[in-house]
Design a protein around this ligand. Structure first.
Ligand code: ZN
Length: 383
């Protein structure tokens, strides 16, 4: 596809405001691009609705038993303060070889590149094998589109999955990612006038005990992953008390844990639940814990066939050596890895470190070259 047409597709995707909603419009647009081919027997287009206005899209092209997965998310994060932008975040502008707009890097650029790769195969009528695109909803807020598609079996039997998240302008390939455990602990006490504290139960005191102990408990998870480093833990929200002269009846804290593959989420849950149970043995303690959208860490093997394939195509196209890395953030890969079958997942895509920021941008040439990269990779994958 000509570069101009490629840029038009990316611009049109950016123009759809899909800040944690409206992914159906992104699915509509991608569907419209495949519309001319929809009657071919080797083309299958399926929408999988998550919620009103929020559709995942699964597009399969080609034939054969071996299936290569392509994945990109349709949602973007909020543009934030508009005054911090030099241009309209939903009206992409090109300046000095860079295209600016919300999602340019994360990851409408990568998504567009995958779509264009598939369209080019269709136009040329040379599809190297069966390729399945997963365009997902809600990646930024809990990977629930990928979770839904995985549960419904769309990713079962894949032979490999390429996620086009930005990877330092195609210089890196991500093979592992940290998991996420968000937790909320509620401490219930008993209100009383602070002049008679013996009549109340101080919910804040009990929560502070938890906060102090959980810090030490998480530090015991001290193994170091070669790609991801250590498990991290941040106590991020603290609320409690009703007024200055009352014994607090309720207090709440939240924390965010980023896990590594050495430790399953189950192991971390067991430790946290154990601490809650231990504290609740003490008189008057009433603590409870809740987990929000936990994601399992994704382990990676630098020697996996798919990683080697990415490396060889990369070395053929780019002069810089490719770096194998881990990602500290979770991605749709954390959900797709639960699909049936044994396959590798790699993250490699155009885009830079401007994700989630104002003036998010993508290098136009790197974006365009990534289409060539995905084409070569797909051909090599089926050879
Ligand atoms: Zn992303």
């Amino acid at each position: 596809m000509e570069k101009e047409k490629q840029m038009e597709i990316l611009k049109n995707l950016i123009a759809i405001d899909s800040v944690n909603d409206n992914e159906a419009k992104v699915a509509d647009y991608i569907t419209s691009l495949f519309e001319p081919y929809k009657d071919r027997e080797d083309v299958d287009i399926k929408r999988v609705t998550y919620a009103p206005n929020r559709d995942n899209l699964v597009v399969t092209i080609g034939k054969g038993k071996k299936v290569l997965g392509f994945s990109g998310h349709e949602d973007v994060v909020s543009p934030g303060e508009l005054s911090a932008w030099d241009s309209d975040p939903f009206k992409a502008e090109i300046k000095d070889g860079k295209l600016f707009g919300r999602g340019a890097t994360d990851m409408k650029g990568g998504l567009a590149a995958l779509v264009i790769t598939m369209l080019d195969f269709l136009v040329a009528d040379k599809i190297p094998g069966k390729i399945r695109l997963f365009a997902t909803v809600g990646e930024e807020t809990g990977e629930y589109g990928a979770a839904q598609l995985t549960k419904a079996g769309y990713a079962d039997g894949l032979a490999g999955l390429i996620i086009a998240e930005p990877s330092n302008e195609m210089k890196e390939v991500g093979i592992a990612s940290k998991g996420v455990i968000d937790y909320a602990v509620t401490s219930m006490g008993k209100g009383a006038h602070s002049s008679k504290p013996e009549e109340g139960i101080n919910a804040i005191d009990h929560l502070i005990d938890f906060a102090n102990e959980v810090k030490l408990l998480m530090e015991k998870f001290d193994e170091v992953d070669p790609f991801l480093g250590k498990l991290t833990h941040v106590q991020s929200v603290f609320q409690g008390g009703e007024q200055i002269n009352s014994v607090p009846a309720k207090a709440l804290m939240k924390g965010n844990i980023r896990t590594i593959p050495t430790y399953s989420n189950q192991a971390v849950f067991a430790a946290l639940n154990g601490l809650i149970d231990k504290l609740n043995q003490k008189p008057g303690y009433d603590l409870s814990i809740e987990y929000i959208f936990p994601e399992e860490a994704m382990s990676g093997d630098a020697n996996a066939e798919l990683v080697q394939l990415v490396r060889s195509v990369h070395d053929e196209m780019y002069s810089d050596p490719m770096k194998v890395v881990g990602n500290t953030g979770a991605s749709d890969g954390s959900e797709f890895l639960h699909a049936k079958g044994n396959f590798s997942i790699v993250q490699v895509g155009p885009g830079n470190d401007s994700e989630h920021q104002s003036n998010e941008n993508i290098d136009v040439d790197i974006f365009s070259q990534s289409v060539e990269f995905y084409k070569k990779l797909a051909v090599a994958f089926f050879n």
